[in-house]
Design a protein around this ligand. Sequence first.
Ligand SMILES: Cc1cc2nc3c(=O)[nH]c(=O)nc-3n(C[C@H](O)[C@H](O)[C@H](O)COP(=O)(O)O)c2cc1C
Length: 194
Amino acid sequence: MKLLYIDACVRAQSRSKILADYLLTGLCAQTTCTTTEVILPQLNLQPLNEQTLQHRTSMIAQNHFDDAMFALAKDFAAADLIVIVAPYWDLSFPSLLKLYIEHINVAKLVFRYGADGRPVSLCRAQKLCYITTKGGYNPDDFGYDYIKYLAHNFYQIPSVHLIKAEGLDIIGNDVDAILQQTKSEIDALITSLI
Ligand SMILES: Cc1cc2nc3c(=O)[nH]c(=O)nc-3n(C[C@H](O)[C@H](O)[C@H](O)COP(=O)(O)O)c2cc1C
């Protein structure tokens, strides 16, 4: 299985990453994984600007996809399973992840437009798992909801799973116990991701 691991965790002591690493270890113990890691804090991705957007648009129009700028999109389209890990920031996720999405959403590589103007997926993945941790308890997660919407509507990934641990910054909460409980939920999920 080709596993794409997208890491948007900023802190060295990230609890979200602890959970994601637990999932990856469990997955790769149960099936043969070829893992591609995308560690977003290390990539120095820049927002598309007028110049880079024009360049990209021109390359796409000419079907020139050899440029290194398309490497992330190719990896995304080729994966069987996509795991995204991101902390819950400001009701969503760190902007690093939005930058990544900007870079991978390449027409003709990740999706194409159908005759009715709607996106048609060019991605192989049928499953995506999103892992997050939150300081408090908040029913709204515009980050996960956005990823889920993209997965269903752009990438046509039918099976989207959420793993979350909440209340980690609330004084008096037993963080280790919360993480342990979430690890049990991960154990239960693993077989359905393979
Ligand atoms: C910039 C920033 C924004 C945050 N925004 C929220 C928030 O809107 N709601 C919330 O419950 N916690 C918020 N938190 C707390 C984090 O969600 C929480 O500490 C989480 O576990 C961090 O994940 P990590 O340990 O993987 O870095 C925020 C933390 C930071 C640093």
